[in-house]
Design a protein around this ligand. Sequence first.
Ligand code: ASP
Ligand code: MG
Length: 413
Amino acid sequence: MALIVQKYGGTSMGSPERIREVAKRIAHYHSQGHQLIVVPSAMSGETNRLLGLARQLNAEPDGRELDVIAATGEQVSVGLLALAIQNLGIKAKSYTGWQVKVLTDSAFTKARILSIDDANIRKDLAEGNVVVVAGFQGIDEHGNITTLGRGGSDTTGVAMAAALKADECQIFTDVDGVYTTDPRVVPEARKLEQITFEEMFELASQGSKVLQIRSVEFAGKYKVKLRVLSSFTEFDSQDRGTLITYEEDENMEQAIISGIAFNRDEAKLTVAGVPDRPGIAFSILGPIAEANIDIDVIIQNTSFEGLTDFSFTVHRNDYAKALAILNDKVKPLIDARSVAGDNKIAKISLVGIGMRSHVGIAAKMFETLAHENVNIQMISTSEIKTSVVVDEKYMELAVRALHTAFELDKVPT
Ligand code: ASP
Ligand code: MG
């Protein structure tokens, strides 16, 4: 008998029929003697609908009220799922975040979990209940309802597993695991049996949407055993989905590259003809940071005749704001020659712990792109990741070419 936390996403909870299927799946696990804590998301589309209603009434809604509204989606889900489980003759009990209680800080719409009181849950489990806990929500020290950011039910699931020292946290979604890349772009993409936590973290932060990045961070910190599974396939007790492991685990699939992530979320800005002297990077990025704009890739050329070019990327939503800051504040201040921008870019990232011990990965990546005539605009690397920025119209071509070149469709031997 194991203690298992299962998180079911919005599409898994999408309709009464789907909820009935989720309940049946839970009943299978229950009949195998496991203790279950189930964390559902709101029914698919519901959180968007609720936030849309809020924005119809106030273009700049207050975070506290947004959380009051958004949290109702998950409250409905837990009640419905508990009823569906009870209908199969199994004891079930639902909890909102504040009933549990899931204590968070007061950062409305992106709160962080501080602690979880497990007393009631343990008691209910001991009495044979399936415990259904609302994802995405908590309560702060002043009694305000909070939410954990979009996709936050993953984090609730992982945090529950950490707090209750569960044997495993299973994330049920509409795909059957973590793939080498998005199968909608590369049909040959292969499901991974295992991936390390660090690789999953990089993939999630570089655009893979399978898990909310915060949940991966949390799982890494508390060493939660995390597994991604589909709720859309027939129940199969042998289905292992994808296991997120820790590097010290043995029997890791020995691939150099585990996956390719990509996104069109960023935009590029360049300040050209910048005098090469101390303080320039700060003069450019200081005003950007002051405006609360996140910066991702940064490159600066070595100087030529005392002048250099400086480029960086920001989220596409911040593009216009960043461009205006560069033109109005930065350019006159540092006497740069010109400012330019491009919001039609894509970032493609190769991720794999094998990069630590293998040379030539980046060279092979550039060779592959050259072969496809894809121009690389920016490059950034970290220990287990190499990213390039390219024109967005070549994104899919580039991802496919890289997937083939690195033989990600083949099981590593
Ligand atoms: N319902 C929330 C959202 O749509 C949380 C989640 O689904 O994980 O973002
Ligand atoms: Mg989700």
